[in-house]
Design a binder for this molecule. Sequence first.
Ligand SMILES: [Zn+2]
Length: 584
Amino acid sequence: MEHTWDLSFLYKGFEDEAFQADLARLPEAIAELQAILDSELPTAEKLEKLMDADEAQSLLMDRLFSFTGLTLATDANNGTAQQYEDKLSVIANDASLVGSAITRFVGGIDNLEELITRSGKLQSVAFALREMKKSAVHTIPAEIQPWILQMQLSGGSAFSQLRDKLDSTHTVEYRGETLPLPAVRGMAYDGDASVRKDAYEAEIASYRKMELPMSYCLNAIKMEARTIAKAKGYNTVLDMTLDQNRMDRETLDAMIGAIREYLPHFRRYLKAKAAYLGHKDGLPFYDLFAPVGKASKAYTIEEAREVLLREMGKFTPAMAEFMDNAFQQRWIDVYPREGKGGGAFCAGAHEYDRSLILTNFQGSFSDISTLAHELGHAWHNRCMAGLPYCLTGTPMPLAETASIFNETMLAHQVLKNATEEEKFTLMEASLMEVTQTCVDILSRYLFETEVIDTRADHAMTVDELKDCMLRAQEATYGDGLAKDVRHPYMWACKSHYYSSGYNFYNFPYAFGELFGKGVFAQYLKEGDAFVPKYNQLLRSCGSGSIAEVAASVGIDVRSADFWRASLEVVKGEIDAFCALVDKQ
Ligand SMILES: [Zn+2]
């Protein structure tokens, strides 16, 4: 069985006539959209034609970007793929200009609802049309938009690129060796305490080399975010981000408020882990990810597949069949190899009802959990099969629903038959994860809020940024972390702060984790009857606000009680973990 993914359903290669034809076709498709927009057609007819042409153009662009992007994901040094991707990015700028023009056009249609009622075609994409009408007030004025897009290339996105360059070329002096940053950060998971400590100290010392340019990147990107928010008519960067996510302030406040309430429990877990590892006053930052317990079984990919089919099939046999098929049809690129990117992701090819999954499988249980996670994304894509492309855009916070659901389901099943030793290790690994998505994410949210606010007044110095990060850690981890062994440079190593088009790339993680757990709790309550509701929830993620989509399965995300219920499950795990530590 081959364990690389098969992209031939897209194109046979860059030389493939179909690829070249599609590439040539893309600018034409964009020009056609503009021509329809400029035509004298009656409004209803123009709108129908636009939606058809837009669908075709989106699928075309998706095909081309998927092929170049996925090729690069496993072959980073493929110069041809890189060239085509650069070419496509320039064309994509034209596409987004036409996209904004369409949005403005829809925004100007006073009788939109009437047109929707009269046309079956428009009814099928009604949500997307209504969203365009609403967001028309937040498009940048047509006269200045091309200039803003151009200047972003030399502004925010240039600083983003510089950030990536600084990061990928950064080296750390560790025990006489010069190593890349990810290798040293990866040592945080090492079984040897002295390795973790030395790696942490080497990492912290290394940031001196890049702190200054990194601080300029951060200040510039957040300044641009302020400017763009203003140009789009938003009061704050956070308002713009929430709107992009179809999320309301009430929901965010309910979630953050609930996480704050449970911080003392997370700190209890951190202190218990500290005690287990022999520390007196809280956990030193370098031991946050220290492995605990001795249960570490290794699995082959075939065994991983068996575990997944057996355990996930208990949710619904269709899930097991789906996963089996993903293996058989080579949707998954399994093993690490030179030139292949780290981590894991899932990308959907909507037009073909397929997903592509990249993992770096090395045989741990956590690798199986990652597969379950990514196959959850793939299941989400499957649930959206056949929808118009404009209804497949899942807002970031909902995007992790199916993946977290799968992870939770797998852990739930596996814990049932685990030995005491295994339970201890599995439980701690899961708490380590959820502490990141709740506590660390909250610290990042507080940090980013302060940087964006301060940027109105001045660019923050390196010392100010370090101080701000330490205060954010104090407010969240509190005495769970050792006072003097924290991480003032977390802003320099997380790429999430440096996306020029997306801000607050943090709270969606907490949302995804707690929402996925909440949905799973609903499944436990309702059993098999929940399965069709769940699939429908996933299908509707691109055609409603977050609150509406959640309400379809009886969840009120604006109520703190929903978030408390998910956190209560975590608290139960913390109690159990602390009891086990006490016993030892
Ligand atoms: Zn995910």
